[in-house]
Design a protein around this ligand. Structure first.
Ligand code: DC
Length: 235
């Protein structure tokens, strides 16, 4: 069976990771959550006192990049891999609102992106990969076989993220989460380095009013069609 590369981009909390995980499971592909890598670098910067409020000592972080090792390690109970920062499982620590509030600042640094993009390309070298993020279809895999661009209204997304945080016991307000979603949208879309934009050949899907099942069925059809096409053309 021909393997393809699937790139999923879109704003935060659009459910990209749910789709990516479902696709990877159904196709028996590797799922790579590229956002987890940017989050882990952010956690490193926070832990090493490189932030003063929203000001990051970028030069210090750039100098420390060779000391930052990232890898994904299997987590059988979650059906996805956990993020490891310098050998430590940081999967929970990278999902806090504190990290979410700072990650766009770290993700705007060219040197950080260069390091992570290299690692992401390496993970996708043998195809059979579903990767989600902001620049997967535009920068990491511009030749991806299937590109999806997922959108939903800011309110819908904040509601989803708010529920996730409350369910895991975090004390947050809806307004705080909505503000974070809007702030990240702005930073991610306007940054100079690899801003979040839809690749011309990406299929846009607005899932504000779609159930997860409807969305999965529609996307799986696309993936199957893409795989058959490749099979027939033998490419
Ligand atoms: O997908 P996420 O919300 O976990 O991503 C966290 C942040 O990382 C997001 O605000 C933007 C950044 N990011 C990026 O710039 N490029 C990627 N490929 C993935 C994430």
């Amino acid at each position: 069976m021909q393997k393809i590369t699937i790139a999923i981009d879109g704003h935060s909390s659009t459910g990209k990771s749910t789709i990516a995980r479902q696709l990877a499971k159904a196709l028996d592909y590797i799922y790579v959550d590229s956002g987890a890598m940017y989050r882990a670098v952010t956690l490193y910067a926070l832990r090493n006192g490189m932030f003063e409020n929203d000001t990051l000592q970028g030069e210090k972080l750039i100098a420390a990049l060779p000391e930052i090792t990232l890898r994904f390690g299997k987590n059988d109970s979650q059906g996805k891999a956990d993020m490891y920062l310098n050998g430590e499982n940081v999967e929970k620590s990278i999902r806090t609102l504190e990290v979410s509030g700072k990650v766009s600042i770290v993700a705007a640094i060219a040197e950080v992106r260069k390091k992570l993009v290299e690692q992401q390309r390496e993970m996708g070298r043998d195809k059979g990969v579903v990767m989600d993020g902001r620049d997967i279809g535009t920068v990491v895999f511009p030749d991806a076989d299937l590109k999806l661009f997922i959108t939903a209204s800011a309110e819908t997304r904040a509601q989803r993220r708010y529920k996730e945080l409350i369910d895991r016991g975090d004390q947050v307000s809806f307004d705080e989460v909505l503000e974070n979603v809007r702030k990240r949208d702005h930073l991610d879309s306007t940054r100079k380095e690899s801003p979040l934009i839809r690749a011309e050949d990406a299929i846009a899907i607005d899932n504000s009013h779609m159930t997860i099942e409807e969305q999965f069925a529609a996307i799986m059809d696309r993936a199957r069609a893409c795989i058959s096409e490749k099979q027939e053309s033998g490419s």
